[in-house]
Design a protein around this ligand. Structure first.
Ligand SMILES: C[S@@+](CC[C@H](N)C(=O)[O-])C[C@H]1O[C@@H](n2cnc3c(N)ncnc32)[C@H](O)[C@@H]1O
Ligand code: SF4
Length: 373
């Protein structure tokens, strides 16, 4: 399996916690130059590249208007062999959905939409700096359904300061009531330099403590599992095994190209990333230069360890034979001692051909992972 990621570096406004690369329309209004440059980058990908998954993310893909969105999809169809594609996802913000945009997405082959709800609490949405309200998120979700999308993900953020355990369960219950196929429920990360991080550092907001976070995490997990959502990755749930195949590819060390400013690729053993500057990105593409800013070829063992901890995020754990095939390393020669001691501590479960986190380790997975890398 291989994947293609496309970054749309435009957002109507900046959320207070987000560090993803984007420009607002005040800072950049030359969408057509960006789309031309993007097509030039797509045209440079290997001619035999035929991804199984495509993911259009951002930034905010739905910040493009319907005709720009349609022309971006046309570029992808022109430049990329899409005959193997089983999953073609786009991220979307609730406030920027319109029937004509959704029609363009559907007509261009998008078959999975991920809607950034973050919370159904208006208080939490205000704190996060989102421009939509709970009502708008629910309306956006129904717009997707009415447009015929049958595979929908909702993104929520956990551990938003000020949310009570009841608020948190109410968010999960609202997801259950809406019945999306998939839920991503990532913990709020305090990225350096963001307004939320400044607020935390100055004491204006107080994140919940570890015990409270763990209680909330397991209460949400129970509620969702009882409603038929399988917990297949630390922060992801799906109904009827409708996992996000693009992300599964990332977690299992798969290869992919990323296009657009700040996008990363992993191809033929190398990792590389594009420049995080929209103007420079366009200038470079227009003058036939490379957009790559960073290239690294990790030593094989280090790369295998990195793949191991990504893969361990999946609750089914790592298929050790497949891991050896993908990375060229046997788990015991890579980190046998650490694995054994964590099995004895009850943090890892080792079966014949499988290594997984135990339930006790799910919430403290980062500590486990740091022992493995
Ligand atoms: C980068 S956004 C792109 C899609 C879209 N613009 C949106 O906001 O949903 C993808 C997801 O990353 C999440 N995200 C961004 N920064 C985050 C952070 N610091 N902590 C947790 N989640 C974050 C967003 O909330 C969103 O659900
Ligand atoms: S969370 Fe999404 S909408 Fe908000 S700034 Fe980040 S990319 Fe843009």
């Amino acid at each position: 399996m291989t994947g293609l990621y496309i970054h749309i570096p435009i957002c109507i406004s900046r959320c207070r916690y987000c560090d993803f690369y984007k420009m607002t329309p005040n800072e950049w209004d030359n969408v057509s130059l960006y789309l031309k440059s993007l097509e030039m980058e797509l045209a440079r990908l290997p001619k035999d590249f035929a991804p199984d998954t495509v993911f259009i993310g951002g930034g905010t893909p739905t910040a493009l208007d319907a005709s720009d969105y349609a022309s971006m999809l046309e570029s992808i169809h022109r430049q990329i062999n899409l005959s193997n594609v089983v999953e073609f996802s786009s991220e979307a913000n609730p406030g920027s959905l319109t029937p004509d945009k959704l029609a363009a997405m559907k007509a261009g082959g998008i078959n999975r939409v991920s809607i950034g709800v973050q919370s159904f609490s208006d208080k939490a949405l205000r704190l996060l700096g989102r421009t939509h309200k709970s009502k708008g998120a629910i309306e956006g979700y129904y717009m997707l359904r009415n447009a015929g999308f049958e595979n929908v993900n909702i993104d929520l953020i956990q551990s938003v300061p000020g949310m009570t355990p009841q608020d948190i369960l109410a968010d999960a219950q609202q997801v259950i009531d809406l019945k999306p196929e998939h839920l991503s429920y990532y913990n709020l990360i305090y990225e350096p330099g963001t307004p939320m991080t400044r607020d935390r550092d100055s004491g204006r907001i107080v994140p919940p403590g570890d015990d409270e976070e763990a209680d909330n995490y397991f209460a949400v997990k129970d509620l969702l599992e009882n409603a038929g959502y399988g917990h297949y990755e630390i922060s992801n749930f799906s109904r009827n095994e409708q996992h996000c195949q693009h992300n599964v590819l990332y977690w299992q060390g798969g290869e992919y190209f990323g296009c657009g400013p700040s996008a990363h690729s992993h191809w033929k053993g190398k990792r590389f990333g594009n420049i995080r500057d929209l103007k420079v990105y366009c200038d470079r593409l227009q003058s036939n230069e490379s957009a790559i800013d960073l290239m690294e070829e990790l030593p094989s063992q280090e790369k295998a360890r990195e793949t191991l901890v990504m893969w361990m995020r999946m609750t089914d754990g790592v298929n050790l034979k497949k891991f050896e095939k993908v990375t060229g390393h046997h788990i015991d020669s890579l980190c046998g001692k650490s694995v054994q001691s964590m099995v004895e501590e009850g943090l890892l479960l080792r079966e014949e051909n499988r290594l997984s986190l135990t339930k006790d380790a799910l919430f403290i997975c980062n500590a486990v992972f740091s022992e493995l890398v």
